[in-house]
Design a protein around this ligand. Structure first.
Ligand SMILES: [Fe+2]
Length: 224
């Protein structure tokens, strides 16, 4: 597992709305995952992605930050449509409501909503990019979560590997698949060593939830 580096996501290209969403979701344990998904979207699009796509990447899992969402059970596997559709719909609703409160225009909100609704299943060029970026980001920066699942007995090593396999299988863009292979191998190795790993998961969770830690610059944290 790679360490989480302070300031890795400092980026002068954040829009005001993106800075706002980072402030809104500050403290969410998937904040690094969201920032990393946005970074993958930018790389996979090679300059062609829309502002709505970058914003959807940065907010697509927002609902998990707010209590009352759907819960999956290990027995249902990672590809459980009941869970995935409920999760995607709740995220789209929550993000759309937040965006409306920021005075964004309706066309933009609609674009973001459609992408978030499709982030688990893809469909269309931008939704396929978002889905692939989400999968790449899980493999790259949420491998510690899969190791934690194993150490806590939520999944066996083989069970957690199914999440990695499912992440790989759903990637469609060839460039993304190419980028995913080494990440898949590294995440698999991390799971194989799950019981030998001595990670302070509480400290890791704190770092990857912190907007200040993740986006700080030499001048200090980027402000919302
Ligand atoms: Fe995600």
């Amino acid at each position: 597992m790679n360490p989480c580096l302070p300031g890795r996501y400092a980026d002068s290209s954040f829009t005001a709305l993106e800075r706002g969403v980072l402030a809104w979701l500050d403290g969410f344990y998937q904040l690094e995952h969201l920032l990393n998904t946005r970074a993958w979207v930018i790389e996979l699009c090679q300059g062609q992605g829309s502002e709505a796509l970058r914003f959807a990447a940065l907010s697509h899992d927002a609902e998990r930050f707010f209590p009352g969402g759907p819960t999956g059970t290990p027995a249902n596997g990672f590809d459980d449509p009941d869970y995935l559709f409920a999760h995607s719909t709740r995220s789209a609703d929550i993000v759309e409501e937040w965006m409306a409160g920021q005075g964004t225009d309706e066309t933009f909100r609609r674009q973001v909503r459609r992408l978030i609704l499709r982030h688990e299943i893809g469909g269309g060029w931008e939704a396929d990019i978002l889905q692939a970026a989400d999968a790449l980001s899980f493999l790259e920066v949420l491998d510690w979560l899969a190791v934690e699942w194993v150490q806590r007995g939520i999944y066996t090593i083989e069970g957690a590997k199914e999440k990695l396999c499912w992440s790989m299988e759903r990637i469609r863009p060839p460039l993304a698949l190419h980028r995913a292979l080494p990440l898949f191998e590294a995440a698999t190795r991390a799971l194989d060593a799950a019981f030998e790993t001595r990670t302070d998961f509480a400290a890791r969770r704190e770092q990857v939830s912190s907007r200040a830690f993740l986006t700080q610059t030499a001048q200090g944290p980027q402000q919302g």
